[in-house]
Design a protein around this ligand. Sequence first.
Ligand SMILES: NC(=O)c1ccc[n+]([C@@H]2O[C@H](COP(=O)([O-])OP(=O)(O)OC[C@H]3O[C@@H](n4cnc5c(N)ncnc54)[C@H](OP(=O)(O)O)[C@@H]3O)[C@@H](O)[C@H]2O)c1
Length: 281
Amino acid sequence: MEYVTLNNGVKMPRAGFGVYQIADAKQCEQAVLDAIEVGYRLIDTAQSYGNEEAVGNAIKKSGVPREELFITTKVWITNYGYDQTKASVEASLKKMQLDYLDLVLLHQPFNDYYGAYRALIDLYKEGKIKAIGVSNFYPDRLVDLALFNEVKPAVNQVEVNIFHQQIEAQSYNEKYGVQMEAWAPFAEGKNNMFSNPELQEIGDKYNKSIAQVILRWLVQRNIVPLAKSVKKSRMQENINIFDFELSDEDMQKISAMDKKESSFFSHYDPATIEMIAGLHR
Ligand SMILES: NC(=O)c1ccc[n+]([C@@H]2O[C@H](COP(=O)([O-])OP(=O)(O)OC[C@H]3O[C@@H](n4cnc5c(N)ncnc54)[C@H](OP(=O)(O)O)[C@@H]3O)[C@@H](O)[C@H]2O)c1
């Protein structure tokens, strides 16, 4: 596995495995075990996914030393505010049977994220979290948070895929030393992502699948992709992206496919904030 170095010196794998929408505990545990077996070392969960216990069980059963794994969870907005965030991270640690987390992110930029972030800073100083960061923080809120806190976010996890490339956002993240992670790198298959003829043509040149081209394009942009699959053969496919390099010409062809539009929703839209506020209450 290749690694990136975060702004506090912590090393994070260059590609990760996500467990969103694997609600069934047995299926989630098996998926994480399979992911670790095929070589994944970064596992991305969240309080709101309801599967932290299953992830913890898989970590324990995997037999891989804890220090070789990089475990991320995210604090949900109903747990924001200083005291609640601290208590919720302690609860996540307990559910996952861990004594530290590698990375904890604030899941959304709504509600009292300042109080929540200051709780993460204190947990970081206590050594319970090796790195702290945010998710879905678009440039305005990212810059605000980075400017007015003593510890800058190490990571920002946002939607990045072929049709939503986040070029401008990336320049703000880089300006503040924040490593970007890509959620939904395949846009969950929307917009016929897996049968796109242009991506197929590029993949054919390297004898790689469309999924591999997408993940490799992200890695070459210095964005850490988080892919989800419950199928072991696809996990194998999705991690097998470090033995080829897309040419500048192919990178440019993919750049030209940017629609600068989310395949899901816009975090700038008040209706999205209302929708998210109604989740996981
Ligand atoms: N921070 C946030 O707000 C946020 C939001 C969404 C996601 N995330 C994170 O990002 C991770 C990935 O995003 P996601 O799960 O939403 O979507 P995704 O990874 O873009 O897409 C997952 C879908 O693609 C399929 N798939 C996976 N590999 C494939 C392959 N090689 N060929 C064909 N189909 C393939 C999967 O099906 P099978 O499972 O059947 O293989 C699943 O339906 C999540 O698990 C989570 O950790 C974070």
